[in-house]
Design a binder for this molecule. Structure first.
Ligand code: SF4
Ligand code: SF4
Length: 107
């Protein structure tokens, strides 16, 4: 029996100039971007907001921006979705990915 051949889909991450807020995006993806980077850069306001939301993986250094560590998966990921969608950091709001076929999605 022959099975249809499935090409491996390649995604390319892009940071947009303007944020995307569309919860309908990213259907069919299990949130790869939320566990594919070591950390997310934050502003101090975002740091304090995430702290108030119960974040346990926040880090700051003398130099450079504070960060939310997401290595091995962001603690705010619920299943394949962002559990703090309306409060997610700006860098998450600006991130989209495109597939080789040209489709675009946003976390
Ligand atoms: S932006 Fe959306 S489609 Fe792209 S990796 Fe992140 S969750 Fe998946
Ligand atoms: S805050 Fe939300 S969108 Fe950002 S990395 Fe975590 S789960 Fe993903």
């Amino acid at each position: 029996m022959l099975f249809p051949r499935r090409e491996k889909e390649v995604r390319h991450g892009i940071l947009l100039e303007n944020p995307v807020d569309d919860p309908a995006c990213c259907r069919g993806c299990d949130g790869i971007c939320c566990r594919s980077f070591p950390s997310v850069e934050l502003t101090w306001e975002e740091y304090e907001q995430l702290q108030a939301l119960g974040a346990t993986r926040l880090e700051f250094a003398l130099y450079g921006p504070p960060r939310l560590m997401i290595e091995n998966g962001c603690e705010f990921q619920v299943g394949s979705r962002c559990g703090i969608y309306l409060h997610r950091p700006a860098i998450c709001r600006h991130f989209i990915c495109r597939t080789d076929g040209g489709g675009a999605s946003s976390a």
